[in-house]
Design a protein around this ligand. Structure first.
Ligand SMILES: Nc1nc2c(c(=O)[nH]1)N[C@H]1C(S)=C(S)[C@@H](COP(=O)(O)OP(=O)(O)OC[C@H]3O[C@@H](n4cnc5c(=O)[nH]c(N)nc54)[C@H](O)[C@@H]3O)O[C@H]1N2
Ligand SMILES: Nc1nc2c(c(=O)[nH]1)N[C@H]1C(S)=C(S)[C@@H](COP(=O)(O)OP(=O)(O)OC[C@H]3O[C@@H](n4cnc5c(=O)[nH]c(N)nc54)[C@H](O)[C@@H]3O)O[C@H]1N2
Ligand SMILES: [Mo]
Length: 762
């Protein structure tokens, strides 16, 4: 019997309560342990939770937050426990699943329901013209991939996606396969995530990564947290922010929403966190209008420069600016002309707010600015991040203890994947080294990023799509356009642990190849293998699986990539794919000769706690830019015009999801239970729009020159977000974001600022 599939976006039991004003504490710990034990059994749960983020254990896959030098016995958070439980479940997709269900019958399945079906344990193939997947042998599956790739007129007619959970060794092998095959079409989740950060930081400081170390949080006088919800997405960061507070530092949050974790934190690892009142987090909370950060940063920098003009020689770090930067004069001139009235419109803040933030910045000797998707998924994201750097540079806040620019990465190894060559445009120096090591000429033309891959699929220029993890069609913007494009492909291949939308919306022919997860022991001919990852602060460490594989047929990602490579390039290809699969030390030896910073990889990764990659700006104030200096830049302010009767909608994560993976229908901190079909709107806006809490509305987005996009039947929640702004959940709301709406310079979908109107439905 076919189990009924729930209809999309219809949650009859939805409950709405009050938002919380504190995060974590005893309740979260108890809940996460209860659910892990209930799902996995006590012994398996204990084995996993005691191994996570420990030396000799595995790296938590829930985010890229770094580990402190002194680890607790329990070095995980509530959301890490959910991610582990989700992967390490013992339920599996039944052998009969696909015989009983056509793809057509699964078109309305939600991500939540798909994820509940358990782990994928055998390779399956959907032949062209068929509406069902059917079991297929590994060898046959690889042959299908190889045959399709060899048949293409050009290697550029294929694209190879990577999601950021992929480990360093796998990522390196995968990009090697793709480049040996002949293309740089390596789109990845980073294109939708921190691409704006990499683009901006590379331009202005020469390194696209964070300039701080973990311990800097404990040394900072001021941490400004912008566009980020650490209580949900990086919960262990709250422990680092608590260190800032305990050492006398201050915290300022800049966010349209009052996020619980930024208001108060009860540390579950400390007795006072379990029973006491916890730590007050943000000393100031600026509820900025969506997309207003660039204006805010310029206004603060302007005030810093005015303070210097009023008391010359006393405000700026002149020695630093002289020795290490270029561009001060142009920046000073440009900001002098900044129109405060425009800043007030753009930010929705008051003059006092701007003055106070400037005063806080000036009172601090060591300042860290952290950010995530609230800044990167904006049209002017790249320029906004350059303004973060401008503000930091003015007082020498890069390359000294307790200070720096700190993008907080998303996926647990998204940063490492980039280091390993997963990018559609790696620098020439990387391609040269790769070609030398493996005696071939890598392709040089830039490849396609995530958005451009979809354009190319839509136009028939990309015909084969291979995904190493992730849920491309579920995660990218403009869902309906994306799905149409994917359906036109000849072959789509998903290497996955669990079911998601990208298995249901496929090319004419499709494969699902089941992979081992990070929690599982990876046994190869040379014995159990470990992999490695790089966290948000450039620390690289090993990850060892802790529990037996979920099934006999499931293969490691390395083995799957090697299998595809051999089948595509032929058994007599000079690259020894099998040797690298037998023993991952062989892959690491190759990496040590290709990637700077990894020269003694196999030794360094075996030292307790791993090693930290070199970083010029952080370590020695050296700037690998063309001028050899850090650049203060002039960026033209542009604020979001919101026509009357419209709102600026952001799409964001609930507390119980990991990207497109939905663990439960609750969003505890925001007071939502048993449903996700909601839109959060400020009460003043509701009144202005003639709507009320509890109304049902279609959320309709408008993009110039295109027809309207619609997310039907959302329940309105009156919520204390900034005025003029609204919020709805990713990935359901992706349908509203035009594929044409991307950040200037990084091509990242503008997921945090969509102009919408709300249409009341009966
Ligand atoms: N549990 C869990 N952990 C995760 C993830 C997950 O889904 N679940 N995802 C992982 C990934 S891949 C990533 S990239 C990170 C994402 O981590 P976050 O960036 O924290 O994730 P979002 O939910 O997108 O939250 C964006 C935040 O920015 C704010 N914001 C929106 N627009 C603006 C703006 O214009 N200005 C400012 N200042 N703020 C704004 C929102 O109100 C929200 O608080 O988390 C990683 N960790
Ligand atoms: N509207 C909107 N869109 C967004 C965002 C947003 O804020 N708003 N955020 C963007 C961001 S920041 C990101 S990073 C992307 C995320 O885009 P993706 O990385 O593509 O999506 P995920 O949901 O993280 O992928 C989940 C799937 O990965 C597979 N998986 C999990 N673990 C493993 C593993 O160990 N191995 C393998 N092979 N597969 C595994 C499972 O099958 C699971 O279903 O989405 C982006 N899209
Ligand atoms: Mo991300």
């Amino acid at each position: 019997m076919t189990r009924p599939v729930p209809e999309r976006a219809d949650y009859p039991d939805l409950e709405v309560g009050h938002p919380k004003r504190e995060a974590v504490g005893a309740e979260a710990v108890v809940r996460s342990l209860e659910s892990t034990v209930a799902n996995l059994g006590a012994a398996r749960a204990a084995r996993l939770l005691l191994a996570v983020n420990q030396n000799g254990g595995f790296d938590c896959m829930s985010c890229a937050w770094p580990d402190p030098a002194h680890r607790h016995t329990a070095e995980f958070c509530e959301n890490g426990a959910k991610a582990i439980t989700w992967e390490a479940t013992r339920s599996t997709v039944a052998r009969t699943f696909w015989a009983e269900r056509s793809l057509t019958s699964l078109q309305d399945a939600t991500e939540y329901w798909l994820g509940q079906q358990g782990r994928l344990v055998e390779p399956v193939h959907k032949p062209a013209g068929s509406d069902h997947y059917q079991p297929v042998s590994w060898e046959r599956a690889f042959e299908i991939v190889g045959a399709h790739l060899r048949e293409l007129d050009s290697p550029d007619e294929a694209a190879f996606y990577t999601s950021g959970r992929t480990a360093n060794e796998t990522a390196f092998l995968y990009q090697l396969f793709v480049r040996a095959y002949g293309t740089n079409n390596l789109p990845d989740c980073s294109n939708m995530c921190h691409e704006s950060t990499g683009t901006a930081l590379n331009d202005v400081i020469g390194v696209g990564k964070s300039t701080i170390a973990y311990d800097d949080f404990g040394r900072a006088d001021l941490v400004i947290v912008m566009g980020q919800n650490p209580g949900t997405n990086h919960p262990r960061m709250l422990t680092a922010l608590e260190e800032t507070k305990r050492n006398g530092g201050r915290i300022i949050a800049v966010n349209p929403l009052p996020e619980a974790g930024l208001i108060r934190y009860k540390n579950p690892q400390k007795a006072r966190g379990l029973i006491g009142r916890g730590t007050e987090m943000a000393d100031r909370y600026l509820q900025i209008r969506s997309g207003g950060d660039m204006a805010l940063l310029q206004a603060v920098s302007k005030r810093v420069l005015e303070a210097e003009a009023a008391a010359p020689g006393t405000v700026l770090d002149h020695v630093f600016l002289r020795e290490h930067t270029v561009g001060l004069e142009a920046l000073t001139e440009h900001l002098a002309a900044l129109d405060d009235a425009e800043v007030l419109v753009a930010t929705g803040l008051t003059v006092d707010d701007l003055d106070d933030l400037a005063a806080e910045y000036l009172a601090a000797d060591r300042v860290i600015i952290t950010w995530a998707m609230g800044l990167t998924q904006q049209r002017k994201a790249v320029d906004t991040i350059k303004e973060v750097v401008n503000l930091l540079l003015l007082r020498g806040n890069i390359g000294k203890p307790g200070a720096g620019a700190s993008p907080i990465r998303g996926h647990s190894n998204v940063q490492g994947d980039r280091t390993m060559g997963i990018s559609e445009r790696m620098p020439e120096s990387f391609l040269d080294a790769l070609g030398r090591e493996f005696a071939f000429e890598p392709p040089r033309a830039h490849g396609l990023d995530a958005v451009d891959t979809l354009h190319a699929m839509r136009d028939g220029r990309v015909k084969v799509f291979v995904a190493l993890g992730g849920n491309f069609v579920g995660a990218i913007s403009d869902t309906l356009a994306a799905e149409d494009a994917v359906r036109g492909a000849r072959l789509t291949v998903q290497v996955s642990t669990k079911l998601n939308r990208s298995h249901i919306v496929t090319g004419q022919e499709a494969l699902i190849l089941p992979a081992l997860g990070r929690t599982e022991v990876d046994l190869q001919q040379a014995g159990p293998q470990f992999v490695s990852v790089e966290d948000s602060v450039c620390a690289v460490h090993a990850s060892h699986g802790a529990v037996p594989p979920i099934g006999d047929e499931v293969r490691s990602e390395v083995a799957i990539v090697a299998g595809m490579a051999r089948a595509t390039l032929g058994d007599d290809h000079p690259i020894d794919w099998d040797g690298m699969t037998r023993d991952y030390d062989v892959i690491r030896d190759h990496i040590s000769r290709v990637v700077p910073g990894f020269e003694h990889f196999n030794d360094d990764v075996r030292t307790q706690g791993g090693f930290v990659l070199p970083n010029g700006p952080r370590d020695s104030r050296t700037w690998p830019t063309p001028s050899g200096r850090a650049h203060l830049t002039v960026n033209e302010l542009e604020h979001i015009e919101c026509p009357p009767g419209r709102l600026i909608l952001q799409t964001l994560r609930s507390h119980d999801q990991f990207n497109t993976t939905v663990y439960s229908l609750n969003d505890r901190y925001r007071g939502v239970r048993k449903g996700r079909d909601v839109v959060f709107v400020n009460p003043d806006d509701l009144e202005r729009l003639g709507l009320a809490d509890g109304d049902r509305v279609d959320v309709v987005s408008e993009w110039p020159g295109e027809s309207d996009r619609r997310l039907p039947g959302q329940r309105v929640i009156a919520y204390p977000t900034a005025r003029g702004c609204a919020a709805a959940y990713f990935p359901e709301a992706n349908v509203l974001v035009s594929l044409a709406s991307t950040a200037i310079g990084s091509n990242t979908p503008v997921s945090k600022a969509v102009i919408v109107r709300l249409e009341k439905v009966a």
